[in-house]
Design a binder for this molecule. Structure first.
Ligand code: ADP
Length: 154
């Protein structure tokens, strides 16, 4: 079976935690689509074009990885993309509880789609895009949390 995993998220911005999950999943899937979900109720700090460009730059050496964006339900995007798997990262039990609900609903909406969770590598459990945005808003140095190639602020 040709496997296509969708890794959905806001990636506002992409962090070392996201990169860890994607790179570790390279051996699991034939193709990985990093998909930026555009949520009309959330005002992002960075434009979708900027977020996509960063991801493309960081993943440029991996032909298995594609980057795109979508509106609406993640599951509908997965159907359009012919996805076989949905990839998510789990940092804490809080993530797990949240993800469990989504995965259960997605299973009903698209039974053929398997959600795969990877546990965050220990050094990245403390990283979240929202905390990175906080650091940036307050003129701090966010570089310890960002991949090389994403330079924001200081
Ligand atoms: P969302 O808007 O869906 O929360 P995010 O961009 O915050 O999107 O996260 C996308 C995916 O990356 C989620 O599965 C999330 O659990 C995972 N993720 C976020 N931060 C990390 C991290 N530090 N380590 C591993 N996975 C992470």
């Amino acid at each position: 079976m040709h496997t296509i995993a969708v890794f959905p998220g806001s990636f506002d911005p992409l962090t070392l935690g996201h990169v860890d999950i994607v790179l570790r999943s390279l051996s699991l899937f034939d193709e990985i689509i990093i998909a930026i979900g555009q949520n009309e109720n959330k005002a992002p700090m960075f434009t979708v074009e900027q977020r996509m460009q960063w991801i493309k730059d960081v993943c440029k050496d991996y032909p298995q990885i594609r980057v795109t964006s979508y509106h609406g339900l993640t599951i509908n995007f997965c159907k359009e993309a012919g996805a076989t798997h949905l990839l998510r990262g789990i940092r804490t039990v809080i993530d797990l509880e949240f993800e469990r609900t989504i995965a259960a609903m997605n299973k009903q909406l698209m039974p053929s789609l398997e959600t795969v969770f990877l546990l965050t590598s220990p050094s990245y459990t403390g990283i979240s895009s929202s905390m990175v945005r906080d650091v940036i808003r307050n003129n701090g140095d966010a570089s310890p949390f960002l991949p090389d190639g994403i330079i924001i602020g200081k």
